[in-house]
Design a protein around this ligand. Structure first.
Ligand code: UD1
Length: 421
């Protein structure tokens, strides 16, 4: 089983380039299902999740050409499969994103219930609410979901999301793109990845307005063509490296970062006393000034503090004197890293969705488990400042979502090794 061995490292120093966003590229790839021509996606990160999405699209009939390491051409024949392979879909929750475009293009879609990180129940009721509103009949049976469009085709409607779900907003937006009439998604997610998807769909011929606000208007079109698109930078990877600089009290220059996308992380790091400044070349994170201060965070849908940065930020807070409170409001089971950080000497107490961190602790290397993708990143950060060696297992979670993870950390001076026995 592959593991990371992380040694206490000097303050990280140097430059890092952020890759294309995992959470943007997966829906963009699914959106290619709607196109009658070839879609070219650029700045595609090399990730396990991207490989899974490629395999799913190929199983539906796609031809995918790797033009360059980070450029994919995706095209589909006129007639495509409408059942997504069960084994593939169960590997990754985001594979459920093929449901909306498949239903829209073929009138029928059958997809296994999705898998993914175990950070909560992660239901799909809001996705299905959207498909139903557009007229689809939904059959849920034996761990799969089937959606069937009415005889005359899907028809636009107003869909209110009880929670601004990222995946549901994307799935409904893709489904509505080829429906008749106008769809409104009300209380839509406003994440940058939603805007990126809407931009791509519009290049393909869709008519979408309001992405990035809480109401998205989609006027259905009858066909969509191929388009070129560059994936936005990964704001979660960027946040992880901002925290790598902060936790090691280092100095890092981050290239390919959109400052607006990381605003809440920047604000919280500044509250702690870390210098975060945008320069001509990128974002500078400087944390060698002492002492840093504790702060409180509460995760929220965008533009609130991202849930995906909660665990890396918590790792950082364990190193700052004073008490901090972290409240998780997006997922109900996203404190699994707490037990692992405590195993390393942190003092974190949880009660429901609230964690209290008594910071300024001396961390010791230990054997810990990457319980989910971002928890794995948090443990790497903690390992960089813990005495001795931190051995992290189940790192496949981390490799699902961070491109060239080890190499990027090593280039900044981190002592980290991947072993596979
Ligand atoms: C996406 C991101 C993930 C991030 C999350 C929240 C991708 C591939 N993944 O996941 O990294 O942590 O947004 O920013 O983009 N919910 C329902 N019913 C639904 C759908 C969701 O109740 O039908 C709930 C979920 O259980 C969760 C909350 O809504 O509590 C947020 O989930 P959602 O925004 O859908 O996250 P994902 O799209 O799965």
């Amino acid at each position: 089983m592959a593991r990371f061995l992380v040694q206490k490292s000097e303050p990280l120093n140097g430059e890092v380039k952020i890759s294309g966003a995992k959470n943007a590229v997966l829906p963009l790839m699914a959106a290619a299902l709607l196109s009658e021509g070839t879609c070219r996606i650029m700045e595609v990160p090399q990730l396990k999740d991207v490989e899974v999405m490629k395999d799913i699209l190929i199983s539906l009939g796609a031809t995918i050409e790797e033009v360059e390491e980070d450029i994919l051409d995706i095209s589909f024949p006129d007639v495509i499969e409408n059942e997504a392979d069960y084994d593939l879909v169960s590997k990754m929750r985001a594979s459920f994103l093929v449901m909306g475009p498949l239903l829209s293009r073929t009138g029928r879609a059958k997809v296994h219930m999705p898998g993914g990180c175990t950070i909560g129940a992660r239901p799909i009721d809001l996705h299905l609410k959207g498909f139903r509103a557009l007229g689809a009949e939904i059959i849920q049976k034996d761990n799969y979901v089937e959606a069937i469009a009415p005889e005359g085709g899907l028809v636009g409607e107003s869909v209110y999301l009880d929670f601004p779900s990222v995946g549901a907003t994307e799935n409904i937006m893709m489904c509505a793109a080829l429906a008749q009439g106008t769809t409104y998604i009300v209380n839509a997610a406003e994440e940058p990845e939603i805007v990126d998807l809407a931009n791509f769909l519009n290049k393909m011929g869709a008519r979408i307005k309001g992405a990035g606000t809480d109401t998205i208007k989609i006027e259905g079109v009858t066909s969509m063509k191929g388009a070129y698109h560059t994936v936005i930078p990964d704001r979660i990877e960027a946040g992880t490296f901002m925290l790598a600089g902060a936790i090691t009290r280092g100095q890092i220059l981050i290239h390919n970062i959109v400052p607006d996308h990381v605003k809440p992380i920047t604000a919280k790091l500044r509250e702690c006393g870390v210098i975060v400044e945008m320069g001509d070349e990128g974002m500078y994170v400087v944390a060698d000034q002492k002492p840093l201060r504790a702060t409180d965070i509460k995760t929220l849908p965008y533009p609130g503090f991202p849930t995906d940065i909660q665990s890396p930020f918590m790792a950082f807070l364990t190193t700052v004197e004073g008490s901090s409170t972290v409240i998780e409001t997006v997922f109900e089971n996203r404190f699994m890293h707490v037990a692992e950080l405590n195993r390393m000497g942190a003092n974190i107490k949880t009660s429901g969705n609230k964690a209290i961190i008594h910071g300024g602790r001396h961390l010791e290397g230990a054997q810990v488990i990457a319980t989910d993708l971002r928890a794995g990143a948090a443990l790497v950060l903690a390992g960089l400042v813990a005495d001795g060696t931190t051995e992290i297992s189940e790192i496949y979670h981390v490799e699902r979502g961070y491109e060239k993870f080890i190499n990027k950390f090593k280039a900044l001076g981190a002592s980290i090794l991947r072993i596979d026995d």
